[in-house]
Ligand binder design. Sequence first.
Ligand code: C6P
Length: 422
Amino acid sequence: MDLSVSSDLASIPGSSLDVERIRADFPILGQEVNGHPLVYLDNAATTQKPQAVLDAIQDYYRTGNANVHRGIHELSRRATDAFEGARGRVARFLGTQDPSEVVWTRGTTEGINLVASTWGDAHVGRGDEILLSEMEHHSNIVPWQLLAARTGARLRYIPVTDEGTLALEALDDLLSERTRLVAIGHVSNALGTIHPVAEIAERAHEAGALLLVDGAQGAAHHPVDVGVLGADFYAFSGHKLCGPTGIGALWGRRELLEAMPPYQGGGEMISVVERDSSSWADLPHKFEAGTPNIAGAIGLAAALDYLEGVGTDAVLVHEQSLVAYALDRMEEIPGIRLFGPRDPEKRAGVVSFLMGDAHAHDISTILDTEGVAIRAGHHCAQLLMRRYGVAATARASFYLYNTREEVDRLLAGLETVRKIFA
Ligand code: C6P
């Protein structure tokens, strides 16, 4: 049985991706789930991996596995070159020439915790303020709550509009000489809203504050240039952009990273260890205690090569064309409630919704029986859910390998939901 999903590219206005060819690169997509060809629409949670990434990881373990920075032997040299080469690859992806500004992490969450713990403990005190938004993922709230509890700092929040954008007019009141840092998502995981990061950076800097960008959803969908964004820190996860889980990176401006104390203690992050004290390795190793996720870094670099080959600009346009199609059709469903901006150009490939009396989990369960994978829940964005007076939403999230026919499968599944709950 042919499980591939046909894609009529001419029918995706604006998309220049050869989706059929792209899908052939992702072995996982060619399977049946619950008796139906899989339609994977849970990409904001994690993306699937192309063969090139699977090969890079396997090749490393088959032919180049050794610990990095430690051995004088050939395999260790090879592993170190591949690992540090991957760092350089991430630096180029983020629009910076300096790989030592790129710190390997387990993902976005660890990157934000690193900044909150090290920069935060050194620079934030009682009465200082950290400015977040009500749309943040818990990973960009809780580390700052922990910092506030340690230091006596105060958290403030940019409100969210009914439309699903940030109410930036509130910045005049929220930013002050007490604001030490603005920590904001690049793209909302729950609504897909793309935030005007460069504008927020300018406003933050005018107030004398730094800007940290939670790039978990941003880096996956369009090219990132940390200089153009005006970010001081940018954190992202490899698994959201076709790379493996357990690897991500934190980019920080060199002078900030240099002034920050280490995050964790252990091997690799030291220069000299005495009985009662130690001195630290140079950047970025100061922040990388212990044996790193070498295979993960190599897999992430392969993912970035893959995405660059496809064209990162084209990925967002493709997602937006699917969102436009989905929103147009979903609007016609009786009793549907759609969240987030109506204009597809204001968002990446995420559609959050509820239908009548159906709980988000019921929607997801029914879709699953038809082979359609979406996410249901609060999406680790409980403040946002509260803002809209709901406990959860159903969320379909698209990526470069999704097709209009798959959106049709989603819509067909929603028709089943409608009938069941009618
Ligand atoms: N959002 C989602 O389904 P980690 O887990 O560290 O790779 O990423 C955390 C994270 C931080 N910020 C944003 C905006 C995110 O979307 C995520 C991960 C997934 O929406 C899992 S909750």
